[in-house]
Design a protein around this ligand. Structure first.
Ligand code: NAP
Length: 251
């Protein structure tokens, strides 16, 4: 059956695959017949993602590593087989603090995972010629730092704004090789990123009312957008910021 969104025959690398959005991306891409390499730090949760993936005729690979550690980044790049058709840079976290209380260490910790890791991974994969011509690179950014921000989100917004800037430039630089680069910018999605308890359930319920579609998003709803950007259906799409926010930024 003709399906321009199929990922059959494509090898895709996903970071942050042990939970939330990254896990949903790995599972949904496998259901679209992609062969995956998945990574994150927590081996148990990563193995659970692996178990939940579609394995029919597919040889997925799994490698644990800490993306704030440059030796681990190099080890992950070594592990990746030639060649990738798609890369999804999803690992990320936040340190919610008012700007005046953010230490240099706080800033560095967030930037290391949310910005430096995707930058270094992409650069090393390019240098080592592990990215196929006409491949698709997707950065999981956010509405925060690109379209809006939130109280206490300074380090996070800074890192996501930086990712979007990098994606725009890379789209230009890699276009001659037909490699496409796009970012996905979700609003609030129900995942473990809020499990820290910093935001109370009452605050979350109140915040949800600000979404014209009346709810937060689901991880799968981000995964479906990523599938589009990885597939041949988006062959003429590069340098875009795909907004997935239930209408939040319309207001
Ligand atoms: N949830 C939202 O509302 C929302 C909205 C907009 C954008 N986003 C973005 O979407 C992405 C995924 O967020 P999520 O909500 O799915 O969060 P999550 O459930 O907390 O998942 C974060 C992922 O990043 C990985 N990770 C964190 N630090 C890492 C490190 N040092 N090295 C390697 N992997 C690391 C985690 O794996 P380990 O802990 O196993 O290492 C986990 O797999 C993030 O980039 C986030 O900024 C989320």
């Amino acid at each position: 059956m003709h399906n321009p969104f199929s990922l059959k025959g494509k090898r895709i690398f996903v970071t942050g695959a042990s939970s939330g959005i990254g896990r949903a991306i790995a599972i949904e891409c496998s259901k679209m017949d992609a062969e995956l390499v998945i990574t994150a730090r927590n081996e148990v949760r990563l193995a659970e993602t692996f178990r939940l993936m579609n394995h029919d005729g597919l040889e997925h690979k799994i490698i644990a590593g800490d993306l704030s550690n440059e030796d681990d980044i190099e080890r992950i790049v070594d592990f990746i087989p030639d060649k990738l058709d798609g890369i999804v840079q999803c690992a990320g976290f936040t340190i919610p603090k008012p700007f005046k209380n953010l230490s240099k260490d706080n800033f560095e910790a967030v930037m290391k995972v949310n910005f430096w890791a995707p930058a270094l991974l992409t650069q090393q994969l390019l240098k080592r010629k592990k990215i196929e011509k006409a491949a698709s690179i997707v950065f999981i950014s956010s509405i925060s730092g690109v379209f809006c921000s939130s109280v206490g989100g300074n380090a996070y917004s800074s890192s996501k704004g930086a990712i979007n800037g990098m994606a725009k430039n890379l789209a230009l630089e890699l276009a001659p090789q037909s490699i496409r680069v796009n970012s996905v910018n979700p609003g609030m999605i129900h995942t473990g990123i809020f499990a820290s308890g910093v935001i109370s359930q009452e605050q979350l319920q109140e915040d949800m009312k600000k979404y014209p579609l009346g709810r937060y998003g689901k991880p799968e709803e981000v995964a479906y957008a990523v599938i589009y950007l990885l597939s041949d259906a988006s062959a003429w799409v590069t340098g875009s910021n795909l907004l997935i926010d239930g209408g939040y930024t319309c207001l």
